[in-house]
Design a binder for this molecule. Sequence first.
Ligand SMILES: CC(C)(COP(=O)(O)OP(=O)(O)OC[C@H]1O[C@@H](n2cnc3c(N)ncnc32)[C@H](O)[C@@H]1OP(=O)(O)O)[C@@H](O)C(=O)NCCC(=O)NCCS
Length: 188
Amino acid sequence: MEKQLAVDEHTTLSLPTISNAIEIFSLVNQYRNDLREFLPWVDETHHVDDTREYIKFCLSQYDNGSALVYLLYYQNKIAGTLSFNTLDKSNDIAKIGYWLASCYQGQGLMTKACAKMIEYGFNGLHLNRIEIHCAINNIKSQNIPIRLNFKKEGELKQGIKLANNQYVDGVIYGLVKEDFNLKLTSPH
Ligand SMILES: CC(C)(COP(=O)(O)OP(=O)(O)OC[C@H]1O[C@@H](n2cnc3c(N)ncnc32)[C@H](O)[C@@H]1OP(=O)(O)O)[C@@H](O)C(=O)NCCC(=O)NCCS
């Protein structure tokens, strides 16, 4: 699997290294009030050592091919992450996950990075199907698969766990290789 993918001249997806822990932790810590609403691990991230452990875990997943977690760099600064959180090689299916620090939101960065990741998933990793699961009330997250022409395939009762063990309904968006094109659709 590639260690780096160029999205455009300002934006890169890159495998984390342990040396990134301080920058990632600082970003999560600065924006934890915004991020914790939909990312339950934020409340479990108290210290830079927690981020170091997470990076080690990501690298072990890279080594055994079970997941692919990239840092999203914008103008040489870490802005968030974009991942194939699960890679199901029996069925050639991956599930995407992402977050962006609030100061990088609203510019189309994640949609553009996802388009690159999806193209790599289908053409580089030979996936056949990519899924994005979102909480039913996470409209900003759902707008990403909508822009990228995923189909809304169904709902998962209490399928997403948020902070404080709160289970909320999830929405599954799916895209198969034969339907993939790079044209964006407006969610509005
Ligand atoms: C989900 C998340 C990454 C979406 O961030 P985002 O900034 O809305 O997504 P993008 O980077 O694709 O930007 C889209 C926004 O930029 C705007 N935009 C500007 N230029 C754009 C362009 N060229 N292309 C697409 N969108 C563009 C869009 O209109 C949209 O803004 P709007 O929501 O006001 O309509 C972010 O809300 C987040 O990190 N949330 C917390 C974590 C989370 O929920 N993760 C997902 C769990 S399932």
